[in-house]
Design a protein. Sequence first.
Length: 124
Amino acid sequence: MPWFVYLARCADDTLYCGITTDVGARLAAHNAGKGARYTRSRRPIALLAVRRCTTKSRALRLEYRVKQLTRVQKQRLIATPALFATLARSLPRATRNASSSPPRGRGSTRHAPTAKGAAVPPVR
């Protein structure tokens, strides 16, 4: 199932970025006040740009990259759709190699056993 990253302009002229599998339904939800909390008080919103992604993971990474851009950079992205494609292509590929990714979840920060009374390193 394809995922989409979209950029929208709110009624107060702010820009909003999100992901969805159905752009039309998501836009309708935003404009009905059922979407993200940010857009509820800034209705109506208008769709400005959309980029298709093959997986949710890639869509989330692209959304994060877009959200890190300044307003001027986002406006440039909207004005030049090829920049959206370039940004998407610059994302690192996801790897399935378990040894290259850090452990996840509770207790994922494991320390070597310490001698009784030795200082335990702080968990960050």
